[in-house]
Design a protein around this ligand. Structure first.
Ligand SMILES: Nc1ncnc2c1ncn2[C@@H]1O[C@H](COP(=O)(O)OP(=O)(O)OP(=O)(O)O)[C@@H](O)[C@H]1O
Ligand SMILES: [Mg+2]
Length: 471
C-alpha cells in the first residue's frame, strides 16, 4: 500500500503550501484544491484517506463540500479548519459527519495528532470491514449460511468435492438444505456455466420418470406425441440433480445404474445409444441403507451413488446455526415485504433457539417470514412467532447486530463470549470457529474476568465430597 493520501482544501495559497510541505515531510501524499467545487472534482480519483478542509471558501464552502463528498460516497475522514468565530458552523460540520475541527491558525502538533488519529481510524475501519468480509465468507456458501462446526465441516467437504466429477449423495431430513448443497456443488464447480438440471423422482410414475430422465421417441408409449430429449441430455456438460432418489422404482434403478456406470443410455422406445458428460448429484430424506436391506433399493446403485456422501444434520442438532439463519431470513423477507426490522424483541431469539424444528430450516424460514409480515414498529416480537414456539425456554445465548461505532475490542469480546456459549465452553472449538488460537481465547477470557468480574470457572459448585483446596 502506498502513502496515506491527504486532500488539502483551502482558498489561501500560502496556507496550503505551508501545510503541504509540513505533511509531505511526514510522508503523506498531498492533493490540493482551492475550494469545495474543485475538491469535489478530484476527490473521486484521488481517493484520499483524510480531507483537511477550510470552512470559508468562495464558490463552495467546506460544509457544503463535506455533505456533497459524503453523498458521492467518499469514505475519507474529514477534518474541518475554521477561524475561531466560526465554531457554530464547525459544530454543524461535525454533525454532518466531520471527524474533528481545528481553529486557525492551526497548531502543528494538534494537526499532526488529528491526522494520525484519522489515519488510524481509517485503518481500523478497513480492518473491521475485511474482518467482517472474512467472517461472512467463512459462514456462507452459495445461498447457505451457518456458523455451526457441523455446517462448517460440510462447507469444506462441498468445496473439496465440487471441482471433481465425483457422484455425490446428499442425505438429511426434509428441509435441511439438501437442494442448496446440490446447487452449491454445481456453482463451485467448473461446470457452473453449464446447465443445472433437477429431476424430482418422487412426483412421477415409472414410465414418465424414465421418459423424463432418458427422453423418448415418438409414439413409444401412450401420450408420447413427439420425440423428446431427456434430462440426461439436457444436462450434458453440466450437473444432473436427482432429487428424492429413494423413491425410484426398482426397474428404473437398473437403467439408471447403467447410465451412471457407462454414461450412456437409449431414449424410451429408441435404439440409438446416446453418450453424455454429466455430473450426478442425488438426494434423499430416506434411510437408503435400510431400503437396501429390505430390497427396496438396489445395492449396486447405492454404492454407485455413494462415492461422496454429505449428511446434513437436522437443525435441532446444530442450533448454533439458528442466529445466523434468523438474521439471514430477516434480511431476506424484510426486503421482499418492504419492511424494516431493526430489533428482535426480548425472548424472541430464546424461543427460536429452544424450539426443536422438526421441519428444519424450511420451518424456521417460514416462521421468520410470517413474523416479518406480522411485525410492527420495526421489532420482531415473541407474539409474531407461531404459538407453538412461545413459552419455550432456552439456555443458548443471543446474537445481535453489530451497531455502527462498536469498537473492534467490543466486537471481539462479543464474538468470543457468544461463540464459547455455542460450543458449551470449549475454548478449543470456539478458537477453531473464530480462526484464532485457543491460547488467545483463554488469554482474553482471563482479561475479561479480571476487568469485569465474569464468573470464574472455579466458582462452579465443587464436586460432592471433593475439595478444591491446594494439596
Ligand atoms: N443453511 C441454509 N441457509 C439458508 N437457507 C437455507 C439453509 N438450509 C436450508 N435453507 C432454506 O430452507 C429451505 C429448505 O431447504 P431445501 O429445499 O434445500 O431442503 P431439502 O433438504 O431439499 O428439503 P426436502 O427434503 O423437503 O426437499 C429452502 O428455502 C432453503 O433455501
Ligand atoms: Mg429438496
Amino acid at each position: 500500500m502506498g502513502a496515506e493520501r491527504i486532500l488539502l482544501v483551502d482558498d489561501e495559497q500560502n496556507a496550503r503550501s505551508a501545510l503541504k510541505s509540513l505533511l509531505s515531510e511526514e510522508g503523506y501524499e498531498i492533493g490540493e484544491a482551492k475550494d469545495g467545487e474543485e475538491a469535489l472534482g478530484i476527490i473521486g480519483d484521488f481517493a484520499p484517506g483524510v480531507v483537511l478542509a477550510d470552512l470559508r471558501m468562495p464558490r463552495m464552502d467546506g460544509l457544503t463540500f463535506l455533505k456533497k463528498a459524503k453523498e458521492q460516497g467518499s469514505d475519507a475522514v474529514f477534518i474541518i479548519m475554521t477561524a475561531f468565530a466560526d465554531v457554530e458552523s464547525a459544530v454543524e460540520a461535525m454533525k454532518a459527519g466531520a471527524e474533528n475541527y481545528l481553529t486557525k491558525p492551526v497548531s502543528v502538533d494538534a494537526l499532526l495528532l488529528f491526522i494520525a488519529k484519522a489515519v488510524g481510524k481509517r485503518k481500523l475501519e478497513r480492518d473491521a470491514a475485511s474482518l467482517r468480509e472474512r467472517v461472512h465468507e467463512r459462514f456462507r456458501l452459495g445461498g447457505m449460511v451457518g456458523e455451526s462446526p457441523e455446517l462448517q465441516a460440510i462447507f469444506e467437504l462441498v468445496k473439496k468435492a465440487a471441482p471433481t466429477k465425483a457422484t455425490v449423495l446428499i442425505l438429511g431430513e426434509s428441509g435441511t438444505g439438501k437442494e442448496l448443497i446440490a446447487q452449491a456443488l454445481h456453482e463451485e464447480s467448473p461446470r457452473r456455466e453449464r446447465p443445472f438440471i433437477k429431476v424430482s423422482c418422487a412426483a412421477l410414475s415409472e414410465t414418465l420418470l424414465e421418459s423424463e430422465l432418458f427422453g423418448h421417441e415418438r409414439g413409444s408409449f401412450t401420450g408420447a406425441i413427439g420425440r423428446r430429449e431427456g434430462r440426461f441430455e439436457l444436462a450434458d456438460g453440466g450437473t444432473l440433480f436427482l432429487d428424492e432418489i429413494g423413491e425410484i422404482p426398482l426397474s428404473t434403478q437398473v437403467k439408471l445404474l447403467r447410465a451412471l456406470q457407462q454414461r450412456e443410455f437409449e431414449r424410451v422406445g429408441g435404439t440409438e445409444t446416446l453418450k453424455v458428460d454429466v455430473r450426478v448429484i442425488a438426494a434423499t430424506n430416506r434411510d437408503l441403507l435400510t431400503a437396501v436391506k429390505t430390497g427396496r433399493f438396489r445395492e449396486e446403485l447405492f454404492y454407485r451413488l455413494n462415492v461422496v456422501t454429505i449428511t446434513l444434520p437436522p437443525l435441532r442438532k446444530r442450533k448454533g446455526d439458528i442466529p445466523a439463519l434468523v438474521s439471514h431470513f430477516i434480511d431476506k423477507y424484510a426486503k421482499s415485504h418492504g419492511k424494516a426490522i431493526r430489533a428482535l424483541g426480548s425472548g424472541t431469539l430464546t424461543a427460536l433457539l429452544a424450539h426443536d424444528w422438526p421441519g428444519n430450516v424450511r420451518e424456521l424460514e417460514n416462521a421468520i417470514e410470517r413474523a416479518v409480515v406480522l411485525s410492527r414498529e420495526g421489532e420482531l416480537t415473541l407474539e409474531d412467532l407461531p404459538s407453538s414456539l412461545r413459552g419455550a425456554r432456552a439456555r443458548v445465548p443471543t446474537s445481535s447486530y453489530i451497531a455502527a461505532g462498536t469498537t473492534l475490542r467490543e466486537m471481539e469480546r462479543d464474538a468470543i463470549l457468544r461463540t464459547l456459549a455455542l460450543t458449551g465452553g470449549s475454548t478449543v472449538r470456539a478458537a477453531k470457529m473464530l480462526g484464532i488460537s485457543a491460547r488467545k481465547v483463554q488469554y482474553r477470557l482471563k482479561e475479561y474476568r479480571q476487568t469485569e468480574q465474569l464468573p470464574h470457572e472455579d466458582e462452579e459448585p465443587a464436586p460432592p465430597g471433593g475439595s478444591t483446596a491446594a494439596a
